[in-house]
Design a protein around this ligand. Structure first.
Ligand SMILES: NC(=O)c1ccc[n+]([C@@H]2O[C@H](COP(=O)([O-])OP(=O)(O)OC[C@H]3O[C@@H](n4cnc5c(N)ncnc54)[C@H](OP(=O)(O)O)[C@@H]3O)[C@@H](O)[C@H]2O)c1
Length: 339
């Protein structure tokens, strides 16, 4: 781990900047909102319910009384629901003329093998497909931010080192198959066949596969932004092992005990994604950082080799585009825009 990057000391001033943090009801998301707002950004926070927004607002106010609460806005967003994603993006587009920072933080970790909308594996749906559509929907606002006098638009997507630590290098990814969103894991590594689900309180393999898709999304997105001549940066981030409310709620007693003793706090967990989203070092050295995967505190880390496999990368993008458009059409919603 490299030296701690302290958001309070090292984040630049963000007056005039508009930011969105998804999954801001607690944990790393809520801490990022606090830091961004303290530095002067106007921050849109997404939650899945009004109740969660109210609780989060109270926590934020108690913890950071210095924040101008008028600068913290709340948006409803359920990333498993394409209508909700479209509505949230529309609300944002009706309220703002640009977006400087988008942090795709929300994620699911579950044992459920139910399919979202009867078609998509849960982790793939929430952690990858949801952000894929949300970014596409708000991209016009990010593009407008590039016309600023001091432009620095960035999209940061939270992944996890689990995508490379928990999956062997020869793991059989299915991203080049049309079934990759429905059944992304056809074979479990033998070590995980029996023990995996008892060690963690969620399906670590499916979670890790979705987080590999996220790293590929950040990289594929950067290629498309570059091809369009857009000076927007896209990065993916592992925030560290962080003892958030979410982690404490789903893991077993054993992992919880380890988490209490050894994991980062949520505030510390917020540092790496905020480094990716705001640090001057990234913009100054942008050629090194475009589309990269960062670990604490801002180290460029080689991701799982699947991320460098053009067939898997292209397959994932094409199948997702086709599937999402099919579902959007079925719901009577506008198709994906060009990137
Ligand atoms: N904590 C760690 O050790 C760790 C390690 C590696 C990577 N990460 C990644 O870092 C990010 C933040 O982690 P965290 O521990 O702070 O997470 P968390 O405490 O579990 O919070 C996750 C957030 O995602 C939201 N969410 C879940 N399902 C959603 C859906 N369908 N639509 C919209 N929002 C949804 C949750 O909202 P609700 O409150 O409504 O449930 C919550 O606000 C995640 O992407 C996670 O995968 C965390």
């Amino acid at each position: 781990m490299t030296t701690f990057w302290d958001p309070l000391r090292e984040m630049p001033k963000l007056q005039g900047k508009i930011a969105v943090v998804t999954g801001a009801s607690s944990g790393i998301g809520l801490e990022m909102v606090g830091f961004l707002a303290i530095k002067g950004a106007k921050v849109y926070c997404t939650t899945r319910s009004e109740d969660k927004a109210k609780t989060a607002r109270d926590v934020l106010q108690a913890k950071y009384p210095e924040i101008d609460q008028e600068k913290v806005k709340w948006l409803l967003l359920d990333l498993s629901d394409l209508q909700s994603i479209t509505d949230a993006a529309d609300e944002l587009k009706n309220s703002e003329t640009k977006l400087d920072i988008l942090i795709n933080n929300a994620a699911a970790a579950t044992t459920s093998h139910n399919l979202v909308a009867g078609r998509w594996e849960w982790h793939m749906a929430v952690n990858f497909i949801g952000p894929f559509l949300f970014v596409n929907r708000v991209l016009p606002l990010l593009k407008k931010a590039t016309n600023d006098s001091n432009p620095d638009a960035r999209i940061v997507t939270l992944s996890s080192i689990a995508h490379s630590n928990m999956l062997p290098h020869n793991f059989e990814f299915q991203f080049d198959s049309p079934l990759c969103l429905t059944n992304p894991v056809i074979s479990y590594p033998w070590q995980w066949r029996y023990i995996g689900r008892f060690v963690f309180g969620f399906d670590m393999i499916r979670y890790a596969v979705s987080k590999a898709a996220v790293v590929m999304f950040a990289k594929g997105l950067q290629s498309r932004l570059d091809a369009g001549g857009l000076p927007i940066l896209s990065l993916s981030v592992h925030p560290g092992e962080v003892a958030t409310e979410g982690v404490m709620a789903i893991n077993n007693v054993f992992i919880k005990a380890i988490a209490r003793l050894t994991f980062l706090t949520s505030q510390q967990g917020a540092a790496t994604p905020l480094f990716a989203a705001t640090a001057n070092k990234i913009r100054q050295g942008q050629d090194n950082y475009r589309g990269k995967f960062l670990t604490p505190y801002g180290k460029i880390q080689a991701p799982h080799p699947v991320v460098e496999d053009p067939k898997q990368l292209q397959g994932l993008w094409e199948h997702t585009t086709k599937e999402v458009n099919k579902q959007l059409m079925a719901l009577g919603l506008p198709p994906l825009d060009g990137w």
